[in-house]
Design a protein around this ligand. Structure first.
Ligand code: LM2
Ligand code: CA
Length: 476
């Protein structure tokens, strides 16, 4: 359950947070497939309770396993999976299986299902009072029992130790595998017992050969475990059989790029920093929770600090560690605000501007040149190691990936002007951060690599971006 099953020349997962299925299908065809994105994390597929103000987090309050949400219905979902797979882009579903919704006066779902939540009756599954852990709240992160057998934020806590509950979850997930999804994010995995989860994973179907997967392939599973150390539950309890979100990567990277650590220390980034083994880790700069102070919180870089955010993202994508994920957000001032929607609550589709960026309230970080070009960089350098690390003993760093790519970052408050080893064959390369290679011409800075592999690299403090990146598929 650790292989994301990317198709050839594709990689990196983009979280299209709160996007509609039909918009995702279009995005696979017009952008993600051609640009080499490997997959998409979707918002939850399962029916959730409708909350008056329509906050984004209503989707983490399931009421049934029917595939009806503000993102669309089952037909739209299936159509999306089919079209994305056809373009080489995989779908990973955010599966909310730790809990159902909390108490609500009148619990009605996005598909019209009802529940008597205070009586623990979820008729559309059905679940009854005996299917839940009851009578306590998650309050003590020094106690694994409390973390796993009590209610998280008042959400009714399913007992995955019960065969009946597991079967309902397994059926739900297998239904998704059978229509062509490639895997799952397991929401709130920290709040479930690893042994119960393993029983569930082992009963999942192989990926669907009808949808282009090879026979015997297992779903990719990345479990959301927020482990920044010092609690009763550790991410190392979860990586035996499936991948885990590495939140230390997010926190430490934001620290470093915001000047709370010198970039030169990134020389042993990855396991050297106490992270999970590379093959077990799903990594990101920010996610939908910590970008708005939910989850582990902390001071995380987001699209709102765009120059530093692009630098951190470029570093992540250039570095060999982990399976990388890019966040794609909607604009928000209030941390509860839901996605762009009309007065009836219907989600509004992103518009696409002439320059390829998004409108209608969508940020679409995944369409920023500095980000999508680094997704391609990662595909180009795949399989190579990191070599020729250079730093100025401060916040200017550079490294190569085999003979395939080179990146330099200037996090200091002065210019970077250095002749550095790039490891690339002699020639002129287009810096894919400041521009694009169009019809053989570079719209950004060009870098000339000599026969010794060295090149003069310049990133001025005054420049729009603090990164420079070249690779063998962007030769002028
Ligand atoms: C997750 N990972 O473990 C998700 O990534 C995270 O986004 C979910 O919380 C959480 N687990 C549960 O699935 C979000 C949001 C919470 C929100 C819950 C449920 O971060 O703030 O809680 O979804 O909708 C909300 C209220 C909270 C209230 C709760 C129950 O914010 O104040 O607690 O509903 O009414 C009494
Ligand atoms: Ca639980």
């Amino acid at each position: 359950h650790k292989d994301p099953h990317f198709s050839d020349n594709h990689g990196t997962i983009v979280h299209l947070f709160e996007w509609k299925w039909s918009d995702i299908a279009d995005e696979c065809e017009r952008f993600l497939g051609p640009m080499g994105y490997g997959g998409i994390q979707t918002s939850p597929v399962q029916e959730n309770v409708v909350i008056g103000s329509r906050p984004w987090w209503e989707r983490y309050q399931p009421i049934s396993y029917k595939w009806v949400t503000r993102s669309g219905d089952a037909e739209a979902f299936k159509d999306m999976v089919r079209r994305c797979n056809k373009d080489g882009v995989r779908i990973y579903v955010d599966a909310v299986i730790n809990h159902m919704s909390t108490n609500q006066k009148l619990a009605v779902g996005t598909g019209g299902s009802t529940a008597d939540t205070s009586a623990f009756q979820f008729y559309a599954v059905p679940y009854g009072p005996g299917d839940f852990n009851r009578g306590c709240s998650v309050t003590n992160y020094n106690n694994a029992e409390n973390i796993r057998n009590c209610e998280l934020s008042g959400l009714h806590d399913l007992n995955q130790g019960k065969n009946y509950v597991r079967e309902k979850i397994i059926d739900f997930m297998n239904g998704l595998i059978d229509v062509g999804v490639a895997g799952f994010r397991i929401d709130a995995a920290k709040h479930m017992w690893p042994n119960d989860l393993e029983i569930i994973y082992n009963k999942l179907h192989n990926l669907s050969t009808k949808h282009g997967f090879k026979s015997g392939q297992r779903p990719y599973i990345y479990q959301e475990v927020i482990d920044n150390g010092g609690e009763a539950v550790s991410s190392k309890e979860y990586n035996r059989n499936a991948a885990v979100t590495e939140f230390k990567h997010s926190n430490k990277l934001s620290n470093a790029f915001q000047g709370r650590d010198a970039l030169k220390w990134l020389i042993n980034w990855g396991e050297g920093w106490g992270f999970l083994p590379s093959g077990d880790a799903l990594v990101f700069v920010d996610n939908h929770d910590n970008q708005r102070g939910h989850g582990s919180g902390g001071s995380i870089l987001t699209h709102k600090k765009s120059k530093l955010y692009k630098m951190a993202t470029a570093f992540m994508l250039a570095h060999p560690y982990g399976v990388t994920q890019v966040m794609s957000s909607f604009h928000f001032d209030n941390s509860d605000a839901g996605p762009p929607a009309d007065s009836s609550g219907n989600i509004i589709s992103p518009g696409i501007n002439a320059d390829g960026t998004c409108s209608n309230g969508w940020v679409c970080e995944h369409r920023w040149r500095q980000i999508y070009n680094m997704v391609r960089f990662r595909n180009v350098v795949k399989g190579t190691a990191l070599n020729d690390w250079w730093d100025n003993k401060s916040n200017q760093i550079a490294f190569c990936r085999g003979g395939s790519g080179f990146i330099a970052v200037n996090g200091d408050s002065w210019d970077l002007k250095q002749t550095l080893q790039t490891c690339l064959p002699a020639g002129t390369y287009c810096d894919v951060i400041s521009g694009n290679l169009v019809n053989g011409k570079c719209s950004g800075k060009s870098v000339t690599v000599g026969r010794d592999g060295k090149a003069y690299i310049e990133i001025l403090k005054s420049e729009y971006d603090g990164v420079l990146a070249i690779h063998k598929q962007a030769k002028v």
